[in-house]
Design a protein around this ligand. Structure first.
Ligand code: AHR
Length: 524
């Protein structure tokens, strides 16, 4: 049981050559896929934190994107944009990782406390060489999390910091006592301790975070872990080790073998770069089908990466005590022309919506190990939920997937077999359909479906095992063009609508997924 896909021959599908993608096809006949839902074999809980966000001091991600300051003309609540707050509440952001990213290993928390007009101005040497005013610091971050009802995930500075600096930060954030640091927090306006849920020990220590070797990092982690203790009276926080970059299995091996006992979770970073070549990643818009399918193919690599890293983790942690956090993922394109290359600003299209849905389906299916994932990044950076332009804001196609998929937060995963033909183009081949399923705490079963083929609809049957449903409804996200996007002057080009195309016949759901679309079905 479990997820698999197979290329059915055109003959077996009764479709002749129609299953083979060909630009010459005019009538766009559907491909056919058969799914089996095993509701009688429920899997693990899909942690809400799989829908986590990442907000770094990078470009306009925090400044302008979230924080405009209390004196701004842009309507705000104590400095946070009201429009962005409302949009983020709607998708029920469960956790936000902050302050980086690479920035975290150059960040000194004392810069970001106290009266804002007295905070030091630094240079953000990593991201654009711009002035970092430190207006957004510890209090601003934790207050944002409280406003959104989100958990907190702070990355402490290992690269240019020290265990002492990290320990003092945690005391400042969490102590109830009248220690000097506790009283400093009070003086700065916060009586009660803040809730600290996750502590990342550095970021990308194999690269921007210190160019370390895994054996060295394992020792550094152990050293930090020895001192990063919850302060008395405060709940335990989860200690997150820096994990591998993409397929660096030696890193996972080195860190797990050297420090598994001390680690609560280990991270994985993997970005979808359409061409697979960093200097020429490919554009965010105006791409052709060749880049479309390459983007899908690169995205689907996530499944293999999680499987292989998890297999290494199994060696050192067969009980699966240590979680895998995919705490940076998403599309990374060539930066938009005319913008600061260090700001990583990119447009977001229907293609990004499919990338998000594919990754979320993968995370659902690995819910036994993957307990958190943080898309990079929340606003105005890389694969963002939201883009802003001064007082204007738009919701990206990626945002809409998060909105459609929020029903999976805290659901119980249900295994699905997927038997779908391949979608092939230009020598690249991927399964044409991706799917995952879950049952929410109210007992409603949800099935997420993605048709990766940009030209052919997919006629789908879902056989329901162990589930009798009497009603099926859903939501659909698609658009006429592969690179359809929302613009500030046309913000609703890509947005979900009701999907009435599914029918129930006894134990089978029948539907046709439009080409290049995402559908979430609800079965009651
Ligand atoms: O998300 C942008 C950057 O990508 C992060 O700062 C870093 O961790 C990663 O390399």
């Amino acid at each position: 049981m479990g997820f698999h896909w197979s290329i059915r021959t055109a003959l077996a599908a009764g479709l002749g050559a129609l299953c083979l993608a060909s630009p010459a096809l005019a009538a766009d006949p559907p491909t056919r896929a058969a799914l089996v839902l095993h509701a009688d074999h429920p899997g693990p809980v899909i942690e809400r934190n799989i829908y986590g966000q990442f907000a770094e001091h990078l470009g306009r991600g925090i400044y302008e994107g979230v924080w405009v300051g209390p004196d701004s003309k842009i309507p705000n609540t104590r400095g946070y944009r009201n429009d962005v707050l409302a949009a983020l509440k709607e998708i029920r952001v469960p956790v936000i990782r902050w302050p980086g990213g690479c920035f975290a290993d150059e960040y000194h928390w004392r810069d970001g406390i106290g009266p804002r007009d007295q905070r030091p101005v630094r240079i953000n040497t990593l991201w654009g060489g711009v002035e970092e005013t430190d207006a957004f610091g510890t209090h601003e971050y934790f207050d944002l999390a409280e406003l959104l009802g989100a958990q907190t995930y702070v990355t402490v500075n290992v690269g240019t910091g020290s265990p002492e600096e990290a320990v003092h930060w945690i005391e400042y954030i969490t102590t109830e006592t009248h220690s000097t640091l506790g009283d400093l927090r009070r003086k700065n306006g916060r009586e009660k301790p803040y809730q600290l849920n996750y502590v990342g020990v550095g970021n990308e220590s194999w690269g921007c975070g210190g160019e370390m070797r895994p054996e060295h990092y394992a020792d550094v982690f152990r050293q930090y872990a020895a001192f990063l203790r919850p302060v008395p009276g405060q709940g335990k926080f989860t200690k997150v080790a820096v994990g591998p970059n993409v397929a660096d299995y030696a890193w996972t091996e080195g860190v797990m073998s050297g420090a598994a006992r001390w680690i609560d979770a280990i991270s994985l970073h993997y970005y979808t770069v359409p061409t697979g070549v960093w200097p020429h990643k490919g554009p965010a818009t105006g791409f052709d089908e060749d880049l479309w399918i390459k983007t899908m193919s690169q995205t689907l690599r996530m499944d293999e990466l999680i499987t292989k890293h998890a297999a290494i983790m199994d060696k050192y942690d067969p009980q699966k005590r240590v979680a895998l956090f995919v705490d940076e993922w998403g599309t990374w394109y060539d930066v938009e022309k005319g913008t600061n290359p260090g700001f990583l600003y990119q447009e977001n299209t229907l293609r990004d919506a499919l990338v998000a849905a594919l990754n979320l389906n993968i995370f659902h299916r690995h819910a036994d190990r993957v307990k958190m994932a943080n898309i990079a990044q929340m606003v105005n950076v890389l694969q963002a939920m939201i883009l802003t332009d001064k007082e204007r804001m738009l919701l990206t196609p990626t945002y809409h997937v998060y909105d459609m998929y929020k029903v999976f937060q805290g659901a119980t995963e249900i295994p699905l077999d997927v038997d779908a033909p391949a979608y092939a183009y230009g020598g690249v081949s991927v399964p044409s359909v991706s799917a995952s399923a879950g049952r929410d705490p109210q007992g409603v079963t949800h099935i997420a479906l993605v048709n990766l083929d940009p030209r052919h609809p997919a006629a789908i049957t879902v056989k329901l095992e162990g589930l009798s449903a009497s009603k099926v409804g859903g939501q659909l996200l698609t658009a006429p063009d592969m690179d359809a996007r929302n613009r500030f002057d046309a913000p609703d080009v890509v947005k979900p609508g009701p999907f009435a195309g599914a029918t129930l016949a006894r134990d089978t759901v029948n539907l046709t997924l439009p080409a290049k679309s995402v559908v979430v079905l609800d079965l009651r």
